[in-house]
Structures are given as C-alpha cells and as structure tokens.
Design a protein. Structure first.
Length: 190
C-alpha cells in the first residue's frame, strides 16, 4: 500500500487523498486508508520505516563494494548523512507538510524516534562504537544537523541540491570546530 501511495504524494501531499488514491490504484476501496493507523501520520511513519530499511540496504551495498574503505569516520558520517538526505528528493517539496503532521503533540515521540534512528544508523555504520557519554552527544549533534539540513533542503532550488550539501558541510565543520574547542578546554564534543 505504501508503494502504491507514494507516487501520489508529490501532487497530493502526505494526505488522506494520497492514501485513498493509492488504495484505488490497487483496486481497494478508499476506506483501505485504515492500513495506515493515524492516517497521514501513519503514512509518514510507514515511509520513514521504509526509508530506514532502504538506507541500511544501501549502506550494505557501499560496504560490500568497498566504497567506504579508506574514509575517515568524519568522511563516512558526511557521506552517509548526505545519502540519507538525498533519499528525500522525490518528496522534499511536500516534506514541510510531513514535518507539520509529525510536529503534532501526538506524533512528536514517533518523530523523535525516527530522527534518533537516522543519527544512530549514520554513526553506527560510520564505525562509531563509543560506550561513553560521547555516544549521546554525537547522536544529538547529528540529529540537530540532519534536521536543520533537511529543513534547508525543502527550500533549496540549486541543481541536484548542491546548496543543501554545502549547508550540510558547513554544519558538520561547525560541529567539528566546536568539538575541537571543547577538547582544548578539557571537555569533549563530537
């Protein structure tokens, strides 16, 4: 049902209309929207879960091909974060609607769970296995960077989202700079 609904999202948004059209395209009655508990939020939740499965599969392909070998952890974090952001390209113009739906009080916990999973997946597959408090600070920092970059991407009109990738690079460089400053003062920052 998700695969049948997603083609309608660019023109009809993250809406019950898209869900009904997806159901209709499969020959189901429009009341089949109940497949997504919570309506629009259920559709977005299913999409984000599907993105996570696809993201992990793409990472496995990169690892098998050796394309991540020889990269520093910072370079891996950048490449994996950029790859995850680019998965949003077909839906990015409608993503502000999804953010609004997921920002409703009843959906915030699910939204934060998905954001945390993105950050955790990026760090884990980049090779981070830190067992200390840095585990939390790295994921919190990347969550903030990812969400800011995703919002920036919704307004980016540059070819192939080049400005979004530059924005991402600047945020990652800022985090590295802050981490270096914290390290000089005896603190630790990712």
């Amino acid at each position: 049902m998700l695969k049948a609904t997603l083609p309608f999202v660019p023109s009809h948004g993250w809406s019950m209309e898209s869900i009904a059209l997806g159901a209709k395209s499969l020959g189901y009655p429009s009341v089949a929207h109940g497949v997504f508990p919570g309506g629009e939020a259920g559709l977005i939740d299913a999409f984000l879960k599907d993105c996570r499965r696809e993201f992990v599969a793409r990472i496995a392909e990169l690892q098998a091909s050796g394309k991540l070998e020889g990269l520093s952890m910072t370079e891996k974090v950048r490449e994996l974060t950029a790859m995850r952001l680019m998965m949003m390209k077909p839906y990015i113009r409608r993503w502000p609607e999804a953010l609004a739906v997921m920002g409703r009080p009843s959906n915030v916990s699910s939204s934060l769970l998905h954001l945390g999973e993105i950050a955790d997946d990026v760090w884990y597959y980049a090779g981070d296995r830190s067992p200390d408090m840095r585990w939390y600070s790295k994921r919190a920092s990347l969550s903030a960077i990812y969400s800011a970059t995703e919002v920036y991407m919704t307004q980016d009109i540059s070819p192939n989202y080049q400005e979004t990738l530059r924005f991402l690079d600047r945020r990652l460089n800022d985090a590295a700079w802050l981490g270096a400053c914290a390290g000089q003062r005896g603190g630790r920052f990712p």
